[in-house]
Design a protein around this ligand. Structure first.
Ligand code: ZN
Length: 90
């Protein structure tokens, strides 16, 4: 993820930040350049594939792998009904 500067001062003098992809408003405090929906559209299929193809992954590993917050992964896992797999050889 690049660090393009999409944070700016709005007409009312408040700091504003917009999604680099769809242009919608995102919280200034957000560490990301895109909104949650755009992050999801882009990364959810990859996260799903990653979880389906790897044994013994967890939220922490997925979060590190994709550079996004654990709470986001947690939401996706619940919404997408993803299941972490245990290595059958242990
Ligand atoms: Zn967006």
């Amino acid at each position: 993820m690049d660090n393009s500067n999409n944070t700016f001062l709005g007409e009312d003098g408040h700091l504003k930040k917009t999604c680099a992809k769809c242009g919608c408003r995102i919280p200034v405090s957000s560490p990301y350049d895109t909104c949650k929906e755009c992050i999801k559209k882009e990364l959810f299929p990859k996260v799903k594939e990653f979880i389906n193809e790897n044994y013994d992954v967890n939220e922490m590993i997925v979060a590190q792998e994709f550079g996004i917050d654990r709470s986001i992964i947690h939401e996706w896992v619940q919404e997408g009904h993803l299941e972490y797999r245990k290595n059958p050889n242990i």
